[in-house]
Design a protein around this ligand. Structure first.
Ligand code: DX5
Ligand code: ZN
Length: 217
């Protein structure tokens, strides 16, 4: 089980501090949201910021690429120090090629689906991914409300994972709190992204503890 704090809700002028805070709380993942203003209606940052983050932490950089045609940039993000590059199945005509490119660049490859995209869209690539990310909100912004219906999707994915003898991680992202984490874990998720729940609180370390306890329930 892993908690992956999303820096989308961190202070971008004080990232070094905000990363150190969650690192001290003992997490091993840092979730890095890349948005291009096309695939999603919001813009964050690109490979140069990821390279700067890399210089300041040894955490596993779990990069969620919300960008059109990610094949144009996956090598740059790998070179910048991204450890896991997760791409949206809706964002490219050539998902197989993108996942191959990520592996060739030396990173782990993840696939992610919007809430409205069925699992059949990713079935052909399940044998080659290291992680599957189930969006539990529509991507683009932090602080949105968890979509409860996605728990069924996690459950179905977990059944496919068992049937296919796959060993990818199942990650969830969007609206994760100490309450919503529980059904996701019960359905088979083992990596939990949380942005506003951690960073919008006065004491992020306490929030991480709450998530940990919820995961152990
Ligand atoms: C949303 C991003 C998330 C975001 C989650 O598009 O992919 O990673 O930071 O934020 P919360 O946890 O606040 O829903
Ligand atoms: Zn994300």
């Amino acid at each position: 089980m892993k908690i992956a704090p999303s820096i989308l809700s961190a202070d971008f002028c004080d990232l070094k501090h905000d990363i150190a805070v969650v690192e001290q709380a003992g997490v091993t993942y840092l979730h890095v949201d890349i948005m291009d203003g096309h695939f999603v209606p919001n813009i964050t940052f690109g490979p140069s910021v990821v390279a700067n983050i890399r210089k300041n932490t040894n955490l596993t950089l779990d990069c969620h690429l919300m960008i059109d045609d990610p094949e144009r940039y996956v090598e740059d993000f790998a070179r910048a120090g991204g450890d896991i590059l997760t791409v949206h199945v809706e964002s490219t005509k050539h998902i197989y090629r993108v996942l191959q490119l990520i592996h060739t660049a030396g990173a782990k490859a993840g696939i992610v689906l919007n809430p409205g995209t069925p699992l059949t869209a990713i079935e052909p690539v399940l044998p080659m991914v290291d992680q599957v990310l189930i969006m539990t909100v529509n991507p683009g912004f932090g602080g949105q409300t968890f979509i409860p219906n996605m728990v069924n999707k996690i459950q179905k994915l977990n059944t496919m994972k068992t049937a296919g003898h796959y060993d990818f991680d199942i990650e969830v992202d969007g609206g994760i709190t100490e309450e919503t984490l529980v059904p996701c874990r019960q359905a088979g998720a083992n990596v939990f992204v949380a942005g506003s729940f951690i960073y919008s609180a006065k004491e992020p370390q306490k929030q991480i503890e709450l998530l940990r306890h919820a995961a152990e329930k």
